[in-house]
Design a protein around this ligand. Structure first.
Ligand code: ZN
Length: 274
């Protein structure tokens, strides 16, 4: 299987998991090209990827950020991004369900974040470390604009074009005190944007995400409902899949953003640049 020139990747999360992405979208121009692709990486065997085409574009995708039993999340992320780099991926869309921190948000609001706050303790998650990674505009402005336009075409509810995503380790949700600490600093909370956003910059790919509020953070507005979480998980996945496919159809293969200029050669040659 020649994986060169696979320009796009979708890192699936809880928003699409129940719909066998991309099949749940029932799109006529989608073809599955290969399934269960696994790659030997320096960090262990990768999660299974699916390769599919939408129109004339090829896309690699994996489920639930590559997380699985018996593999820590740092290694899972390294395996995913090592594989995406080998495949030549240049534009990555991630998605997932998140909790609210900002008390103006409700379940079933969409957020396309423009920044993040890494509260995880997985700080040393990189590949070879050859680059100095500037994390200004870490979420690609061009991809965010396209995500916003396509989400509007599929969804009548509230869509926020910016917001700060606070990242925690999980797998548990956050305590009321933790959510209280984040208030004023972040709008939503989840577990996936880091290390993905760093690793995307390290492999020279643009990265942006579409996040659906599935619960109130503890202590925000009111106690959240497991039934809502369940209903969103099963009922809204095809819509999220259609948004992502439309975004890929719309994105130009060669981005016009400046993301790549924010990856600099390290000055620490001989230490990291062997
Ligand atoms: Zn970009």
């Amino acid at each position: 299987m020649n994986l060169l020139n696979v320009e796009f990747a979708v890192i699936g999360g809880s928003g699409t998991l129940s719909s066998d992405f991309p099949l749940g979208a029932e799109a006529e121009d989608v073809k599955i090209l290969a399934d269960d692709l696994e790659f030997e990486t320096p960090y262990g065997l990768s999660p299974a990827f699916r390769l599919f085409s939408v129109g004339d574009k090829q896309v690699l995708t994996c489920k639930m950020h590559g997380w699985r039993s018996g593999v820590n999340r740092a290694d899972a992320s390294r395996q995913v991004f090592w594989a995406l780099r080998e495949a030549g991926v240049k534009q990555i869309i991630s998605e997932g369900g998140v909790g609210s921190v900002n008390h103006l948000l409700d379940p079933r609001d969409f957020i396309i974040p423009n920044d993040y706050l890494d509260l995880s303790v997985r700080k040393d998650v990189g590949l070879e470390g050859k680059y100095l990674l500037v994390m200004r505009d870490a979420l690609c402005p061009e991809m965010r604009r396209t995500l916003l336009d396509t989400t509007k075409q599929h969804f009548d509810g509230r869509i926020f074009s910016r917001g700060v995503y606070a990242v925690t380790d999980g797998r548990h949700f956050e305590s009321p005190a933790e959510i209280s600490m984040m208030r004023g600093h972040a709008d939503i909370v989840g577990q996936s944007m880091c290390p993905e956003v760093y690793l995307a910059r390290e492999i020279g790919a643009c990265y942006a995400g579409l996040y659906f509020v599935v619960n109130y953070g503890e202590g925000i507005v009111k106690d959240w409902s497991h039934q809502d979480l369940h209903d969103i998980f099963y009922n809204d996945a095809p819509m999220i899949s259609r948004i992502i496919l439309d975004t890929i159809r719309t994105l130009s293969a060669k981005g016009i953003c400046e993301c790549n200029d924010l990856r600099k050669e390290t000055l620490l040659k001989g230490i990291y640049n062997k």
